[in-house]
Design a protein around this ligand. Structure first.
Ligand code: ADP
Ligand code: MG
Length: 314
């Protein structure tokens, strides 16, 4: 990925808040999240279960409403009320791959229908021969046999089902793919294959990925930049190498300390750090989003920022 200042922002998420109506009021799952995703990059969004990652992904594909803030795709606002044309464009150009391929495929539909369902919604399925051809091509593109089109999801393994999920995104010819923990429900033995497939597809098609994961080790080798999210707030954002070399926020440090190391002796002696939000002294000054060094952002107050700069030797 080039780091020049002329990079095109494909997606801009600005102060996004998502509230859910719950018994007795509202629950804020996403609390003012901001980040940009550049064209062609793989942007990682990492945080533990329940931190709001899926909610953000679903807001981008317009399944969840934004309660406040804005989401821009190619500079145009896509949340809230938008024109029919723009809605159709978003439906085509932004695709989501879901976490659990066992639950996300319609069991009663044949693969043929599952893969081409999206084409119906954008009016590209009218020509039956063309539709079938597109399905077979999409299946081939993800390493499956074209004749699988006439089968049902239950006939496939988890890895094959995730490939079907990827095929149904690809057939739309998307520009942005929101991959929501696409390998975490899969057997460890096939995770790498699916990751490699996603990387190849990205290279061939110039795709942009928002890659969601719950641990940093998965995204280390595939992302250009990473945002770390904790309880609905992004606490740190940096280039991947920078984040691994110089993590600043205590929550990022805790996540990093939990990554298994290959050396069994070191692994046994390792201390896992636990993040305690009470470690921040926000009584006199609350945190805000600060660029501590170029492209490295942290949620911090001014005292913390000073400490982080010192850690970086600035
Ligand atoms: N439709 C909903 N109604 C109420 N709460 C929800 C809804 N969807 C998600 N949540 C809550 O929002 C928080 C974030 O969920 P989610 O985005 O799925 O987290 P993640 O994907 O990071 O595991 C969780 O506490 C979850 O229970
Ligand atoms: Mg999730």
């Amino acid at each position: 990925m080039s780091q020049g200042s002329t990079r095109e922002k494909l997606l801009e998420v600005k102060a996004l808040r998502v509230d859910f109506k719950v018994k007795g009021g509202y629950f804020t799952a996403v609390k003012g999240v901001s980040f940009d995703v550049y064209k062609g990059e793989t942007f990682g969004l990492v945080g533990e279960s329940g931190s709001g990652k899926t909610t953000i992904g679903r807001a981008i594909v317009r399944i969840n409403d934004a309660s406040a803030g804005e989401i821009l795709f190619k500079g145009r606002k896509i949340n809230g009320k938008i024109s029919k044309e723009l809605d159709r464009e978003v439906v085509q150009k932004i695709q989501m791959i879901f976490q659990d391929p066992m639950a996300s495929l319609n069991e009663r539909a044949k693969v043929d229908y599952i893969v081409s369902e999206g084409l119906y919604s954008i009016g590209r399925a009218r020509d039956e021969a063309g539709r079938l051809e597109a399905v077979q091509k999409a299946l081939l593109d993800v390493g499956l046999l074209p004749e699988f089109a006439s089968r049902f999801p239950h006939e496939f393994s988890g890895g094959q089902r995730q490939r079907i999920g990827i095929a149904r995104s690809l057939i739309m010819r998307p520009e942005l793919v929101v991959a929501d923990e696409p390998i975490s429900a899969l057997d460890v033995s096939i995770r790498a294959q699916v990751l490699n497939l996603l990387s190849e597809l990205q290279r061939e098609r110039g795709l942009t990925y928002l890659f969601i994961a719950h641990d940093l080790s998965v995204v280390r080798f595939i992302t250009d930049r990473i945002a770390v999210i904790h309880l609905g707030e992004i606490v740190e954002l940096a280039l991947t190498e920078e984040l691994f070399a110089h993590p600043l926020h205590p929550y990022t440090k805790a996540l990093l300390s939990a990554i298994p190391v290959p050396d069994p002796i070191a692994e046994r002696r390792k201390c896992i750090q636990v993040y305690d939000p009470a470690c921040h002294d926000y009584a006199t000054e609350g945190p805000s989003w600060r660029e501590v060094s170029s492209g490295h952002f942290v949620l911090a107050n001014s005292a913390e920022e000073k400490g982080y700069r010192a850690e970086l030797g600035l």
